[in-house]
Design a binder for this molecule. Sequence first.
Ligand code: ZN
Length: 295
Amino acid sequence: MRLANLQGRATLMFETGIVDVEEASAGEFSPDVQALFPVWDAFSAWAASDAAAVATVPAPGPLGAALEAVVPRPGQVFAVGLNYREHAIEAGLPIPEVPLVFTKFPSSVAAPHGVLELPTDQVDWEVEVAVVIGRTARRISQAEAWRHVAGVTGSQDFSARDVQLLGGAKPQFSLGKSFEGFTPLGPVLTTVDEFDNPDDIVLETRLNGESVQKSSTADLVFTVPQIVSYLSHIVTLRPGDVILTGTPSGVGLGLQPPRYLVDGDEVTTYVEGVGEMQHLCRAPEVPFDPIALLA
Ligand code: ZN
């Protein structure tokens, strides 16, 4: 099943067309995608039935700009740092012995297509495969992990490197990665059963058409089952929570000299089985200046 958030309405995406969830279910299921995760078992059973497919109508042309974040209001957004070996090497940091987890604040969630405002001149790209929790997960094993995942989507962990590293010895990952628009989610959510191997999903960033990052989740240091199980022994993972699983090598910070996003850049984010997101970068009239703000 592929689920989209089309102008605020939960929409199933089939080869033959689209289905409005609320209409086709005669109001049994909410048009709000976020409200589907707490009832994911019932919803996904209905979505897989003939009752859903029979309501298919042709898509009204390309959906790009009409798509909103496929998880619009996650309760929690986790991200895993240095989770691809080559990326840890390019960052000049040791490969972690346990997952290096930080938060991206949910207000940074954004649509899969649109404008990315660049608050500073050191905004970097980080394509990531994101998983969305579909069942409450508390102290679960690795073997149980995928059964607690509603599906997979694409993300960018956009990062203002200068802000991320403010504070010297105690860098502030969470704020530097949580500016408005820094966590696009989409274009759709694809359920785990759609993947031949959910632990081998290709992901890529293209910058102005040029491939700058390309890898597969088969290269993760800590796998999705390891991350979900590990987190569930610390926090309760709730339906609709999102976990970004890490970025492969090829970020701007790792280039010599470093390269960051500039006004007019086009970032294309690809995740196998999920599709592409596109963001156009724009420099704001007034850049973020922490020293001036605090004067
Ligand atoms: Zn990241």
